[in-house]
Design a protein around this ligand. Structure first.
Ligand code: ADP
Ligand code: MG
Length: 764
C-alpha cells in the first residue's frame, strides 16, 4: 500500500505538474489571444479611421467640385438666359411697335417697298435671334444633362458609402462576436482549443475582408478619379458654352444696333412721308376748293331749276287731287256702268231668246221638211225591203250528203246568194243577205233605222218568212243570251225615247197576238181561246182596231220581259208541242209608240209590228188530211195574201187586197201609206232543204223585184202568185191539182203569167 501510495503520490505530482504545464500553456494561449484581439482591434480602428478619412475625402471632393457648383453655374446660366429672353422680347415688342408706326401713317405711300425690305431685314434678324435662342436652348439642355450625370455620380458615391458603413457594421459585429467567443472560451477551458482555432480561421477571414475592403477602396478611389475627370470635361464644356453665349450676346448686340439703325431709317422715312402727306393734303384741299366752287355753281343752277319746277309740281298736285276725286267717285261710276251693262246684257239675252225662238221655229220647219225628204228618200229607195238570212248547219240537219251546205255567197256583193239545187247553181239578188256567221247584233244594225222611224210616227212591219226550222223565231225572238229583233227593238225604242224626253212625252204599249187557222187570238188576254174580231174605228177615221186585244203599257225592258213571259206561258200551256203549233201560226208582237211634243202639241203614233210567220213549207204536197190539210190551206192562203198585198203595194196598184187574210187585214194600216216593211226571208243551207230554200228565195226575189217594173206593166202583170205557184215554179215540180187560189184581186194571175213575170225579172 505504501508503495502504491508512493506511486500514487508520484502520479499525483506528475499530474499536478502536467496541470501546471497546461495552465501555463493556457495563459500563454490567452495572452496570445489577447494580443491577437488587440491586434484585430487595432486593425479595425485603423479601418474605421480610413473609412472616416474616405468619407471626409468624398465630402471634400463633393464640396470641392460637386453638384452644387455646377448647379450654381447652371442656375446662373439659366438666369442669364432668362434675362436675354426678356431683352429679346422687349426688342420684339419695340420692333412690332416700330412696324405699326411705320404702317399706320403711310398705308398708301410710295415707300412701301423700302419698308417691306426693312421688314425683310428685320425678319432676318429675328430669324437669326431665333436660331441663337435655339442654340441657347441646346446649351441649356447640355447643362441639364451634365447636372443629371453629376446627380448620378453623387448617388453612386452615396451607395458606396452606405455599403462601407454596412461593412463596418458587419466587421464590428464580428469583432464583438469573437470577443464574446473568447470570453466564453475562457469560461469553458475544454472548448478553448477549438475556439482558438475558429478565431484563427475567423481572423484569416477578417484579413481577407480587409483585403477586399482595401481593393474596394482602391476601386472607389479610381471611380472618384474618373468622376473628377468627367467634371473637368464638363467644366471645359461649360466654358465653351459660356464662350458661345458671349458670342451670341455679341450677335444680339449687333442685331440691336442693326435694329436701332433700321429704326432710325424708318423714322427718317416717316418724316419724309409725313411731309409728302402734308403736301398731298394741301393739293387735295386746293382741288377740293376748286370743285366746291363748281358745286356751288351747280347748286345755283339747280336752284333756278327748282324755281322752274315749282309750277310743274303745282300742276302735278292738281292732277293728283283730281285723280283722288276720280278714285272716290269710281265705285259710283262702276255701279252705274254695271247697271247699264246689266240692262244691256238682259236686253241681249232677250234678243238671244227671241232669236232662239225664231231658230226653234225654223228648226221645226226644217224637221218637217227633213221628214218629208226622208219619206221621199224611203219612197225612192222603196219602203218594202227584203233581206235574206241563212242559218248555220245545225245538229238537227243530221250528217252525210243531206246535211251538206248548198248555199254560197258572193265575196264582193253582200246582196247576192247562190244556191246549188239539183246540180244547178241558181243565183238570187236581195237587198241584203246575211250569211250563217252573221250575228244577231249585225242583223239588228240593219233593222234599227226602221225601228226608230216608228218613234217619228211611222208604221213598221218586220216579217220573218221561211220554212219551219229556217231560223224565223231565232231572228225575231232569239235566245235569252242572244236576243233577237223583238227585244233589241224594244230596248232601242226605250233608249231613243229617253233621249228625247226633254221635248217629248212618249207612251209605249205592247200587244201580242196569234193567227191560227185564220183566227185571231190575244196572247196576253185573260181568255186566250177567245177569237177576236178586227173592226173599223167608229170615229170614221178609217182606222182598224181589235176590240178586246190586251195592251200593256211598258216603260222598261223588265216590263217587256214580264209581258213576254206571260205570252209564252199561254202558248205553252195550251199546246203540247210549242214548235209544231208555232210553226203553223203567225205570231205578232205589236208595239205602239205614241208621242206628244210638249212645245208644239204635235202628236204622233207609230206602230211596230214584229211578225214571226208560220212555216212556208208545202205540207199539202205530202197529201195531208183533216186538220193538217186545213192548217196548210190557211197558211198557204195567208202567206199568199201577204205576197199579194206586198206586190200590190210595191207595184202601186189602186186596189190592195188587204181583206184576203186576217194577217193582211190586221196589218192594213201598217202596210199602206208611208209605212215601211221588211221581209226577212230565212233559209236553211242544208242540201235536203234546197227545194224549200229555192221556194223561199223565189218569194223573196219576187217581193223585191216588183217595184222596179213600170206601172203599166205592173198593172198588166197584176197579182201575186199563190204559194202553189211558187211551188210550181221550182224546177221539176208541178202544182198539185185542186189547190185553191187565195187571191181574188183584180187581174188574177195564172201560174203561167207569174212564171213569165218571174222570168222577166230574173233575167233583168
Ligand atoms: P223557225 O222558227 O223558222 O222554225 P227556229 O228559229 O226555231 O226556226 O230555228 C231552228 C233551229 O236553228 C233552232 O235551234 C235555232 O236555234 C237554230 N238557228 C236558227 N238560226 C240560227 C242562227 N242564225 N244561228 C244559230 N242558230 C240558229
Ligand atoms: Mg218558229
Amino acid at each position: 500500500v505504501m508503495a502504491s501510495m508512493a506511486h500514487l503520490q508520484k502520479e499525483k505530482l506528475r499530474l499536478q505538474e502536467e496541470l501546471l504545464e497546461l495552465q501555463e500553456k493556457l495563459t500563454a494561449q490567452e495572452n496570445n489571444e489577447l494580443s491577437l484581439s488587440f491586434q484585430l482591434q487595432g486593425q479595425v480602428e485603423t479601418l474605421k479611421a480610413k473609412l472616416l478619412e474616405q468619407a471626409q475625402e468624398i465630402s471634400r471632393l463633393r464640396s470641392e467640385l460637386g453638384g452644387t457648383d455646377a448647379e450654381k453655374h447652371r442656375d446662373l446660366l439659366a438666369a442669364e438666359n432668362e434675362r436675354l429672353r426678356q431683352e429679346m422680347k422687349a426688342c420684339e415688342g419695340e420692333l412690332r411697335e416700330l412696324q405699326r408706326q411705320q404702317q399706320a401713317p403711310c398705308r398708301d405711300c410710295p415707300h412701301l417697298q423700302e419698308n417691306a425690305e426693312l421688314q425683310e431685314q428685320l425678319s432676318q434678324l429675328q430669324r437669326e435671334a431665333e436660331e441663337t435662342r435655339a442654340k441657347l436652348v441646346e446649351l441649356d439642355l447640355e447643362v441639364q444633362q451634365k447636372t443629371n450625370r453629376l446627380a448620378e455620380v453623387e448617388l453612386r458615391l452615396k451607395d458606396s458609402l452606405a455599403e462601407r458603413a454596412e461593412e463596418e457594421e458587419r466587421l464590428s459585429r464580428r469583432l464583438r462576436d469573437s470577443q464574446e467567443t473568447i470570453a466564453s472560451l475562457k469560461s469553458q477551458p475544454q472548448q478553448i482549443k477549438y475556439i482558438i482555432k475558429t478565431v484563427e480561421v475567423e481572423s484569416v477571414k477578417a484579413k481577407q475582408a480587409l483585403c477586399e475592403t482595401q481593393s474596394r477602396n482602391q476601386y472607389l478611389l479610381e471611380q472618384v478619379g474618373m468622376q473628377k475627370q468627367v467634371l473637368k470635361e464638363m467644366e471645359q464644356q461649360l466654358q465653351s458654352s459660356q464662350k458661345t453665349e458671349a458670342q451670341l450676346r455679341a450677335q444680339i448686340m449687333m442685331y440691336e444696333a442693326e435694329l436701332e439703325r433700321a429704326h432710325g431709317q424708318m423714322l427718317e422715312e416717316m418724316q419724309a412721308m409725313e411731309e409728302e402727306k402734308n403736301h398731298a393734303i394741301e393739293e387735295a384741299f386746293s382741288r377740293a376748293q376748286v370743285e366746291m366752287k363748281a358745286v356751288h355753281e351747280n347748286l345755283a343752277g339747280v336752284r333756278t331749276n327748282l324755281l322752274t319746277l315749282q309750277p310743274a309740281l303745282r300742276t302735278l298736285t292738281h292732277d293728283y287731287n283730281s285723280l283722288k276725286r276720280q278714285v272716290r267717285d269710281f265705285p259710283l261710276l262702276l255701279q252705274e256702268t254695271l247697271r247699264s251693262a246689266r240692262a244691256e246684257i238682259s236686253q241681249a239675252i232677250e234678243e238671244v231668246h227671241s232669236t232662239n225662238r225664231e231658230l226653234l221655229r225654223k228648226y221645226r220647219r226644217e224637221l218637217q221638211l227633213r221628214k218629208k225628204c226622208h219619206n221621199e228618200l224611203v219612197r225612192l229607195k222603196g219602203n218594202i225591203r227584203v233581206f235574206g238570212r241563212v242559218r248555220p248547219i245545225t245538229k238537227e240537219d243530221g250528217e252525210g250528203p243531206e246535211a251538206a251546205n248548198a248555199v254560197t255567197f258572193d265575196a264582193d256583193d253582200d246582196a247576192v246568194l247562190h244556191l246549188l239545187h239539183k246540180g244547178k247553181q241558181v243565183s238570187f239578188e236581195l237587198d241584203k243577205v246575211f250569211p250563217p256567221q252573221a250575228s244577231q247584233e249585225e242583223v239588228f244594225q240593219e233593222v234599227q233605222a226602221l225601228v226608230t222611224s216608228c218613234i217619228d210616227g211611222y208604221n213598221v212591219c218586220i216579217f220573218a218568212y221561211g220554212q219551219t226550222g229556217a231560223g224565223k223565231t231565232y231572228t225575231m225572238e232569239g235566245t235569252a243570251a242572244n236576243p233577237g229583233i223583238n227585244q233589241r227593238a224594244l230596248q232601242l225604242l226605250f233608249s231613243e225615247v229617253r233621249g228625247k224626253a226633254a221635248d217629248w212625252d212618249y207612251t209605249i204599249t205592247v200587244s201580242a197576238a196569234e193567227i191560227y187557222n185564220e183566227a185571231l187570238r190575244d196572247l196576253l188576254g185573260k181568255e186566250p181561246q177567245e177569237k177576236l174580231e178586227i173592226k173599223l174605228c167608229p170615229d170614221g177615221s178609217g182606222q182598224l182596231y181589235v176590240p178586246g186585244l190586251t195592251e200593256f203599257r211598258v216603260q222598261s225592258v223588265e216590263d217587256i220581259n214580264k209581258v213576254f213571259e206571260s205570252g209564252h206561258i199561254k202558248r205553252v200551256t195550251e199546246c203540247t208541242n210549242l214548235n209544231e203549233h208555232s210553226s203553223r201560226s203567225h205570231a205578232l208582237l205589236i208595239v205602239t209608240v205614241r208621242g206628244l211634243d210638249r212645245s208644239t202639241g204635235l202628236r204622233t203614233t207609230g206602230k211596230l209590228n214584229l211578225v214571226d210567220l208560220a212555216g212556208s213549207e208545202r205540207v199539202g204536197r205530202s197529201g195531208a188530211e183533216g186538220s193538217r190539210l186545213r192548217e196548210a190551206q190557211h197558211i198557204n192562203k195567208s202567206l199568199s195574201a201577204l205576197g199579194d198585198v206586198i206586190y200590190a203595194l210595191r207595184s202601186r196598184q189602186g186596189h190592195v187586197p188587204f181583206r184576203n187574210s186576217k194577217l193582211t187585214y190586221l196589218l192594213q194600216d201598217s202596210l199602206s201609206g208611208d209605212s215601211k216593211t221588211l221581209m226577212m226571208v230565212q233559209v236553211s243551207p242544208a242540201e235536203k232543204n234546197t227545194s224549200e230554200t229555192l221556194c223561199s228565195l223565189k218569194f223573196a226575189e219576187r217581193v223585191r223585184s216588183v217595184e222596179l217594173g213600170p206601172v203599166s206593166r205592173k198593172a198588166e202583170l197584176g197579182s201575186w202568185p199563190s204559194q202553189e205557184h211558187l211551188e210550181g215554179d221550182s224546177p221539176g215540180s208541178s202544182a198539185p191539182p185542186g189547190r185553191s187560189h187565195a187571191s181574188p184581186s183584180p187581174g188574177q194571175l195564172s201560174s203561167r203569167s207569174a212564171s213569165i213575170r218571174r222570168k222577166l225579172h230574173t233575167s233583168g
